[in-house]
Design a protein around this ligand. Sequence first.
Ligand SMILES: NC(=O)c1ccc[n+]([C@@H]2O[C@H](COP(=O)([O-])OP(=O)(O)OC[C@H]3O[C@@H](n4cnc5c(N)ncnc54)[C@H](O)[C@@H]3O)[C@@H](O)[C@H]2O)c1
Length: 451
Amino acid sequence: METTIKILHIDSNNPLLRVQLEAAGFENHDDFTSSKEAIEAKIQDYQGIVIRSRFKIDKTFLDKATQLQFIARVGAGLESIDSDYATSKNIKLIAAPEGNRNAVGEHALGMLLSLFNNLNKADRSVREGKWIREGHRGHELDGKTVGIIGYGNMGKSFAKKLRGFDVEVLCYDILEGVGDGNARQVTLAELQEKADVLSLHTPWTPETDKMINTAFIAAFAKPFWLINTARGNSVVTADLAAALADGKILGAGLDVLEYEKSSFEHLFHDTQIPEAFQYLLNAENVLLTPHIAGWTFESHEKLAQTIVDKIKELYFGAPAIVKEAAGVTGIGGVFFKAQNPTALLEWYHKNLGLPTNAYGCTFRWKDEKGQDCSTQWSPFKSDTTYFEPSVQPFMQNFRVANLGRLIETLQEAGVPMVGTPESHEYGKFAWILDPENNKIELWEPIDVVFK
Ligand SMILES: NC(=O)c1ccc[n+]([C@@H]2O[C@H](COP(=O)([O-])OP(=O)(O)OC[C@H]3O[C@@H](n4cnc5c(N)ncnc54)[C@H](O)[C@@H]3O)[C@@H](O)[C@H]2O)c1
């Protein structure tokens, strides 16, 4: 980068976000507490802003952000940003649905299975000393039809999780041609005709605002279960409560509520509990979670990594990111079979001065950023099985920048993996075969443990 790009972070995120942006040459400033007005007063100094959900980025804000080049939201949706106005000012919008889609898919499935099997309700009753079996008889997913509205990142992730259950999965979307092997795209009318379960995965837009209302619910041919991990404002809670009361909706799993503040950090705008919400609180067939579908330990890291990758891509272009995704940063080790490894270690120590130990020799060096790195050299016993299925007497180890991403790329390309990836205190490992069946060890190192 010729000029320094200054980025303002207004919410706390996984530390890797700052560390990696810093390493890539961006200047980072944190301000997690100042008011929106105070941030507006200094935003003209920044080219980038990283937000979660602290406040809305509206026209007033954008007019003050005279140098802004991008807004990155460490989350999936962008509705807290006046996207049209930002785009008209040539400001790039970055979101990270890739980072929490798996979490949302798993959460939606968890809610569905919990509702079907009365897990929460039964758990509560056992805790109260009651042992009620018939009253908690469950339903099976097998043979049911699951309808997904909104077949983007989250909808697709949920459909993927349903593979292996014997269910028919239908999707409805305003875009054509989004159906895939996991869900058959249908009209809304067909979905409403056939679905036993409705899972909502649409963004909050004027069209989806209050979309699930009495008329929409009445259009379903059968009573159905509702899962909402999308946005609370897409469901009219009073109409949902009425449909639960009259049995048209059999149960509901709600991770998002109409009453949430737009920052998603608090429930109510005021302290009064609305009547419809009181109904949900008392209903046994309703499962409520506080907007945590995408909120896992894993997504905390994946969201941050996605944002870093996209910001870097914006400034350094695709080749840099492709290179990084490929990820090999150096030789991590050379391993070879030996007739007598112990004698060989002594020979290398005596004649070449290698500081050997029982495992071979660890060479220490610094990369161009001055960080400590290491490379391992090790003779193995000739009958070792470690190089299998390769029949070669050697194995290479490559250091990689981001093993998780590299594995994804390799799997997409159909490169054969050997065994399953492992994590150790000195880094993460995975094994692949090259076209000549040479086994390659891939290592995302934690070099500091060798100090
Ligand atoms: N609960 C959580 O923690 C959590 C986490 C992540 C995302 N979300 C929410 O999940 C929702 C989906 O996110 P995503 O990343 O999959 O979005 P996405 O943009 O990838 O996919 C949304 C899909 O909905 C479709 N769509 C838009 N309007 C529609 C309409 N009126 N009818 C039918 N389809 C319509 C779009 O064409 C698109 O295919 C968003 O509301 C997002 O905010 C919630």
